[in-house]
Design a protein around this ligand. Structure first.
Ligand SMILES: *Cc1c(COP(=O)(O)O)cnc(C)c1O
Length: 393
């Protein structure tokens, strides 16, 4: 078969399938084959594919106002910021277009605050295996093995500690430390969940030392973990938080949120042509209003319990290592490095395929739409069993 991607810059390996349509939990390819999608754009499509709510928001807003420039206020920008402030422990919001951009803005905010209020403190402590995005600075902030060697020289000012090891954070702290940046659930690392006791100790330590706690909730925020924000699950309030992925429900939208004390950019310090554009903000507002309702979040927790139980049964039957996660961000840990084979076998199932993600060689990550039905979840678990049987016997 000829490579459908021959005109694209080479960046990754992709299957030859070309997807042309998505509805809810399902994606259809060019050959008309349907796939139950447990990837959902990497935890992006909180409401599944092509939800009517997003279509309507795009249609209405695109007929009204696309982009008056970030030099002016627009109504969806103000309304989305107001809603996020209402729902969270934060007071101020900056909108951006990607998680990396929001995280980069969080580091800029920490450095600005450090230069003004902490005598030039500027270093950010991150965690081994963490993932914060693909700009040069966010590659430095991330803890992915090998990421320091691809594009040298790398931006400096980032050090690393170990998740769930408070002594390692204390050792990394110096007079120059401005912030600690954490994913409460490390998604790309393989759904590695921070210990709630560690998170509380980290909150206490950063408060005591006058260091900002930045929560990267790009993957965990907006209902993914069964609460509007994952920090609620862990029982702490960060000083700064970033959102992206699920916030736009499929469109490019991200946010940086902070408490009033850290509202310390000077006019002109931060911005971006598409930051706060009304088209994406209108979608974000529709998504947030739907996902952050208490009955919707209760539904997420119910589906999460169903998924977790289904995975535990699979672990028993196939002699796997285990399952873990928070809410609808979960991982199935295999006993061997065969995750890529399972992904391929699942997609190849007939008559319908199953789409899975393998962020690590021994591990599958499941991140279905937050409004997946109980019946679709059962079907997904049944398809997963079939794919595992094909690969593991
Ligand atoms: C995906 C992700 C990012 C990067 O977001 P982009 O929109 O791809 O730039 C940052 N942090 C976490 C935790 C993520 O999962």
């Amino acid at each position: 078969m000829s490579d459908p991607g021959h005109a694209l810059l080479t960046i990754t390996h992709r299957p030859n399938t070309v997807f042309i349509e998505g509805q809810g939990a399902w994606l259809t390819d060019e050959d008309g084959k349907r796939h139950l999608d447990l990837v959902q754009g990497w935890a992006v499509n909180s409401l599944g594919h092509s939800p009517a709510l997003i279509t309507q928001a795009l249609l209405d807003q695109s007929q009204r106002l696309l982009n008056p420039s970030p030099a002016y206020y627009n109504r969806p920008l103000l309304d989305l910021a107001g809603r996020l402030v209402e729902l969270s422990c934060f007071d101020r919001v900056f909108l951006a277009s990607s998680g990396a951009e929001a995280n980069e803005a969080a580091v800029k905010l920490a450095r600005r605050w450090g230069s003004r209020r902490r005598g030039g403190a500027h270093e950010v402590i991150g965690f081994e295996q963490a993932f914060h995005g693909r700009t040069l600075a966010m590659m430095s902030a991330s803890g992915k093995p090998g990421w320091g060697e691809i594009y040298p020289p790398m931006p400096t000012g980032f050090t690393k500690a170990r998740l769930n090891d408070i002594a390692s954070v204390e050792r990394a702290m110096t007079r120059r430390t401005a912030a600690v940046m954490i994913e409460f659930v490390q998604g790309e690392a393989g759904v590695v969940v921070a210990d709630p006791g560690f998170v509380r100790e980290l909150r206490a330590l950063t408060a005591e030392r006058g260091v900002l706690l930045i929560a990267d909730e790009v993957q965990t925020g907006i209902g993914r973990c069964g609460h509007a924000f994952a920090y609620e699950h862990f029982g702490v309030e960060p000083d700064v938080m970033t959102l992206a992925k699920g916030l736009g429900g499929g469109v490019p939208l991200a946010a940086l949120l902070c408490k009033e004390d850290f509202n310390c950019f000077e006019p002109g310090d931060q911005g971006g042509t598409f930051c706060g554009n009304p088209l994406m903000a209108a979608v974000g507002l529709a998504v947030v209003n739907e996902v952050c309702r208490s009955d919707f979040l209760a539904g997420v927790r119910a589906r999460a319990a169903q998924l977790s139980e289904g995975l535990q049964a699979i672990v028993q039957d196939h002699g796997l290592v285990g399952e873990r996660g928070v809410g609808l961000l979960r991982a199935l840990v295999l006993a061997s490095d065969q995750a890529a084979e399972v992904v391929a076998a699942a997609q190849a199932l007939a008559p319908v395929g199953l789409l899975l993600n393998a962020p690590r060689p021994h591990l599958l990550r499941l991140m279905p739409a937050l409004n997946i039905t109980a019946a679709e979840m059962e079907e997904g678990l049944a398809l997963l069993r079939r794919a595992l049987r094909e690969v593991l016997g």
